[in-house]
Write a protein that binds this ligand. Sequence first.
Ligand SMILES: O=P(O)(O)OC[C@H]1O[C@](O)(CO)[C@@H](O)[C@@H]1O
Length: 355
Amino acid sequence: MVGGTGEGGTGPTRRGIDTLGLREATLGLADQVADAVAVGEAVDGLPAGEDVANVLVLGMGAAGAVGDVLEAVGELFLPVPVVVAKGYDAPSFLGSDTLVVAVSHSGDTEEVLVAAEEAQQAGARMLAVTSGGRLAELAGEWGVPVAPVPDGLVASRAALGAMAVPPLVCLERMGLFPGAHGWIQAAVDQLRVRADELSSDRSSAVALARRLGRSLPIVYGSGAVGRVAATRWKTQVNENAKSPAFANVLPEAGHNEVVGWGQNGDLTRQVFQMVFLRHDEEHPQQARRFAALETVLDEVVGGIHTVEAAGEGALAQLLDLCLVGDAVSLELAAQEGVDPGPTPVRDDLARLADT
Ligand SMILES: O=P(O)(O)OC[C@H]1O[C@](O)(CO)[C@@H](O)[C@@H]1O
């Protein structure tokens, strides 16, 4: 369910330009997840699961989001901690009892390659998730198993299922995530239902994008599921709609960020709208806090919208929220006439940093 306050409403929508075909790839998440199960099952030469003390995921941007998903799953289901490293450096606990999952769609993301080399030198057990590039070459040299990302997935940010699911299946095969197949199947079932709804011109994503208009969204989620989904919403709005967006996690934000709301309310009301991501895993006390937050924020933001996850289990609900956010980001792009594919500012940044 998507609901809320604020201006706008449903109506005929423009699909706009989409040179990479991100919309089709995004709405195909259910098939992507289902296909990725077979990829995870086919990975050869997995390291032993015995005595794995921790899991370290290396990834940047959308591949870092894969790490966030694995971290949330770890928090909810795994007997060992999962940590995500989004940068050049691997954490100091890295050792032979660490399972390192190096994720890069292109296989050429510099930070991941540097941290993966460090992991290899530390004698970590490794798995690479990539469609090729230098990471695939290194994996070949090191004898590291690879979960291949299939050709045809247009960008890292449209390959969340293809990159996150094989490691989950591998974790199950290594004895670290019993029941993974069942939770993944529940996610596929829900993603099919959601994609049906989202493909309509009068979908909840179209309606929410219209209400958000040209405001800056601030996305709040709670717990592991809400934290990861809110961050994914933010980054997808950034990358697809090329718009500023922000995310924070409850209950922590209630202890600091929320304290700043109220001052300059005339200004914040013109600029920001809130999106609350709700799910069945949230702490009962959190439900009361969301209601209280609506009262506190009502006067100082342009609108408050609630998106409720559906599906059986935490993984289904997490991916469900991600899919809605992906769709909203694409609708925001369409309604502003923005092509979601190219990311010129990031390309400029990389060029400037390399000169
Ligand atoms: O999965 P990859 O290819 O490592 O890309 C990770 C991130 O880096 C970029 O390719 C470029 O910054 C992003 O599109 C992506 O989110």
